[in-house]
Design a protein around this ligand. Structure first.
Ligand code: ZN
Length: 73
């Protein structure tokens, strides 16, 4: 049986790709992940934080990332 979740190492690699401003690929399927919008506002995370919810269109595994934005200027 396949593990339904990405491993910590896989998530770390994907997060590094996101930080570079690129869309990561699923480490299992090698297809580009799809970004899904998360209903903002009600999360209470606020300010500089953004959440990225990425889903692989092939295997349907998903991963949620906290991404800090706005440090790029
Ligand atoms: Zn996949």
């Amino acid at each position: 049986m396949d593990d339904p979740a990405y491993t910590a190492a896989e998530q770390r690699a994907m997060r590094a790709t996101i930080r570079d401003g690129a869309m990561p690929s699923c480490p299992r399927c090698d297809v580009a992940m799809t970004e899904r919008p998360i209903g903002g506002g009600s999360f209470g995370l606020g300010y500089a934080r953004k959440r990225e919810w990425l889903i692989c269109p092939k295997c349907r595994r998903s991963a949620l990332f906290d991404v800090r934005r706005g440090t790029r200027n």
